[in-house]
Design a protein around this ligand. Structure first.
Ligand SMILES: [Fe+2]
Length: 459
């Protein structure tokens, strides 16, 4: 009995060592691991009327926020292909009109409806607009608010979601997000409908997803990032064109940022400069995405848009056994640029859990120096993994142990995040877990801008 305290000494020392070296937290809360199941198709019926516009969604339509891209599907006929819009507070209700461009696609045994994309330009900043689609018994009306003019101290609030799918858990995430009135735009980090989890990549799942999210996407812009579930690459059924359904259905203003592909692009919105990258397109040296990003980063003017935020699907820093290191090759290519240009935040999805990193980098390694461990780096981004929308594939509840030092907080739950840009120096961030029927703030953090206020940040 007398020897017992002595045998405990190494354990105590180890615990102290672990506490000093690593203060990351693994939340004790774990969501039920029961599989989430897709809501049935009849939960998302087409709207009433003849050839009624459906699956309405909007995104930023230009570089700086005065444009809105309005997209919808008509099931039977391509026409009318017009959107009517007016300022909500205009007593004269002066109505403007813009025509859509119409596309459609075939995928194995499926033919899409008529997919419309109408780009409304030169709107007034910070103004509520009404818009109307369809005709006769098929008219539908929606609204949106334009952002304030781009500027360094313009406050603005973004929501963040990823890997959403269309299960009951997905609906819980979306409802919790919508119940939070603060956010005006969604940064979506990839994996939308999960149609490809169904036989023959059941394309009707893209239609039901469009109807499911319409309650939000018709009223505020969602900024899109492609994920692996957007690939729909299926040579076994004769489908050889990666991203075919996604690029037909979800348009983004990529040309305005000098990009040659809708899979990577940038926009400016309020005080944020947002870059969306494609984890599933070539990014090696000399490739179009590499060349674009190399020229893009020096263009970011932090005096105009202090907050530099990158969206991509496959995370570079995450400590879940699911998809572990899948983002590593892209990290190797681009991480030194992110440190050089002081990216504030990198938002990713893919792993169906929540995790936030320390400010770390791993750019010293040169094959022979052995320096391959991430280190604290105050010029580096914080990496946040938000693949926690609640899709059909279920929760990723297998974290590596012990928690690596680059990981600040992690939790195996579904949820959404809110990012409030306050001014050029401060941003407040919260992550809201779905817990039963309520959204619970489980992680929160003040971020200090890396260009204007690079104050030390940890945990
Ligand atoms: Fe994914």
């Amino acid at each position: 009995m007398a020897a017992q305290p002595i045998t405990h000494i190494p354990c105590i020392l180890l615990c102290i060592f672990a506490w000093v070296c690593h203060a990351g937290k693994t939340s004790p809360y774990v969501r039920s691991t029961d599989a989430s199941i897709d809501m049935p198709a009849h939960a998302f019926p087409p709207p009433r009327g003849n050839n009624t516009p459906e699956q309405v969604h909007i995104t930023q339509g230009d570089r700086g926020g005065r444009g809105v891209m309005i997209s919808w599907v008509t099931p039977l006929q391509p026409y009318p292909n017009i959107v009517r819009y007016w300022k909500a507070n205009d007593p004269d209700k002066t109505v403007h009109e813009t025509y859509s461009r119409i596309t459609s696609y075939r995928y194995y045994n499926y033919t899409s409806g008529y997919i419309h994309h109408a780009n409304i330009k030169k709107l007034e900043y910070e103004t509520m607009y009404m818009y109307e689609l369809g005709k006769g018994d098929a008219i539908r009306q929606f609204s949106f608010k334009t952002p304030p003019k781009v500027g360094p101290d313009v406050p603005y609030t973004f929501g963040i979601m990823g890997d959403l799918g269309q299960t009951y858990a997905s609906n819980s995430t979306l409802e919790h997000y919508m119940a939070n009135p603060k956010a005006e735009t969604v940064l979506f980090v990839g994996d939308l409908s999960y149609a490809d989890d169904w036989p023959l990549h059941d394309q009707t799942k893209w239609d039901t997803w469009g109807r499911f999210v319409e309650k939000s996407t018709a009223y505020q812009p969602w900024i899109w990032t492609p994920g692996n579930h957007e690939l729909d690459f299926a040579p076994e059924i004769g489908e050889y064109m990666p991203f075919k359904p996604y690029v037909h259905r979800y348009h983004v203003p990529y040309r305005q940022s000098g990009s040659t592909s809708p899979l990577w692009y940038s926009i400016k919105r309020a005080s944020a400069y947002i870059i969306a990258l494609s984890s599933y397109s070539a990014y090696g040296k000399y490739t179009p995405q590499y060349n674009w990003l190399e020229q893009e980063l020096p263009k970011v003017n932090r005096r105009e848009t202090p907050w530099l935020i990158v969206l991509l699907h496959s995370p570079w820093y995450n400590s879940n056994n699911y998809h572990y290191m899948e983002g590593e090759s892209m990290r190797v290519m681009f991480e030194s640029w992110f440190v050089k240009y002081k990216v504030d935040l990198v938002l990713a999805g893919h792993v169906h859990s929540y995790e936030r990193s320390e400010r770390v980098s791993n750019i010293r390694y040169n094959i022979t120096d052995g320096l391959s461990t991430p280190i604290k780096d105050q010029s580096a981004p914080v990496y946040i993994t938000l693949g926690d929308g609640g899709n059909i594939e279920g929760i990723a509840n297998s974290f590596t142990e012990p928690q690596p030092s680059y990981s600040a907080y992690r939790e195996a739950s579904f949820g959404h995040a809110i990012l409030e840009l306050k001014n050029r120096t401060h941003a407040h961030y919260t992550w809201h877990r779905n817990q039963d029927n309520v959204a619970v703030v489980s992680d929160s953090k003040w971020f200090f801008n890396r260009y204007w206020f690079p104050k030390y940040e940890s945990v």
